[in-house]
Design a protein around this ligand. Structure first.
Ligand SMILES: NC(=O)c1ccc[n+]([C@@H]2O[C@H](COP(=O)([O-])OP(=O)(O)OC[C@H]3O[C@@H](n4cnc5c(N)ncnc54)[C@H](OP(=O)(O)O)[C@@H]3O)[C@@H](O)[C@H]2O)c1
Length: 266
């Protein structure tokens, strides 16, 4: 039976992915920090599936030791990880000089190093078995730097670089690495984020209506099935992903003018 490990699987996109794999009869391990939220996810998933096939682990992915211990327990219980999805992530928007060094570091530790910590636990086993899939969850803000998102964009751009380099190392060993760049998606994180999103960022990010977490998760699961490397959502992010170096100077020129108009109107 396929064993899917989802960091950040208690909420939003991660939980929507867990629902998909539960409906396919997979064994699923969910990692997140907050136990009551994990328990709520567990009871929701077991209503429609097999309670013995869902496991929850409370761990902070920013902590390498906690992540390694939690994922190892999951592999002991459910067997080796076939699919790892690193969905755990946080966002704390704010101007660079306003965001505290702690908040800046927290976003990098969770979004970038949290993903790397999880991959490190399962990667050697996947290589040995010559099988396994890893999906890293970046963001549209990992394709273009967004006003008010210096830490978040840095963490999500870095994930892309990590994915690209690891993809070429992993490929000869039968391990498939993927990275996806979700757009605004209706999740608890998105609701919290909107309260702090600077109006200048809304000029860039607010152009496209948010996707549902089910639609984003469905697209991610299909990409894992196919073994796609990069996963884009909608034609704007696809164009950014495929032709970023060509289109970004024009986009940034246009965004800069809109941002200037907002700051003048203050
Ligand atoms: N929603 C969007 O618009 C959007 C757009 C692009 C990309 N993304 C990315 O998609 C991923 C999922 O986001 P979402 O919107 O679904 O957010 P969400 O609903 O807030 O879910 C985030 C999940 O990550 C877990 N998490 C956060 N920090 C963690 C940590 N240090 N250790 C372990 N687990 C942690 C959360 O549980 P605990 O808090 O209990 O730990 C929760 O399960 C994130 O990487 C996010 O950056 C989201």
């Amino acid at each position: 039976m396929t064993h899917v490990i989802i960091t950040g699987g208690s909420s939003g996109i991660g939980l929507a992915l867990a629902r998909i794999y539960a409906s396919r009869g997979a064994r699923i391990s969910l990692l997140a920090r907050t136990l009551p939220t994990l328990e709520a996810a567990h009871s929701e998933l077991t209503k429609s599936g097999n309670a013995d096939a869902i496991r929850i682990e409370s761990a902070d992915v920013a902590d390498e030791g906690q992540t390694a211990a939690a994922i190892s327990r999951c592999e002991e219980a459910f067997g080796p990880c076939d699919i790892l999805i690193t969905c755990a992530g946080i966002v704390e928007p704010g101007l660079f000089e306003v965001v505290s060094p702690d908040a800046f570091e927290r976003q990098l530790q969770t979004n970038l190093f949290g993903s790397i910590h999880a991959v490190r636990v399962v990667y050697a086993g996947m290589k040995q078995r010559r099988a396994g899939r890893v999906m890293l969850v970046s963001s549209g803000a990992g394709l273009i730097g967004i006003y008010g998102y210096t830490a978040y964009s840095a963490s999500k751009f870095a994930l892309h670089g990590f994915a690209e380099a690891l993809r070429s190392e992993a490929r000869p060993h039968g391990v498939k690495i993927s990275v996806c760049f979700p757009p605004d998606t209706e999740t608890p994180q998105f609701t919290r984020e909107l309260e702090h999103r600077p109006p200048e960022a809304a000029v860039i990010m607010g152009r496209v209506a948010p996707w549902s977490s089910d639609a984003v998760a469905g697209r991610i699961a299909r990409a894992i099935d196919r073994g796609d490397f990069e996963v884009f959502f909608g034609w704007t992010l696809w164009a950014l992903g495929r032709f970023g170096s060509t289109v970004k100077p024009f986009l940034n020129w246009w965004f800069d003018r809109a941002i200037l108009r907002i700051s003048r109107s203050r």
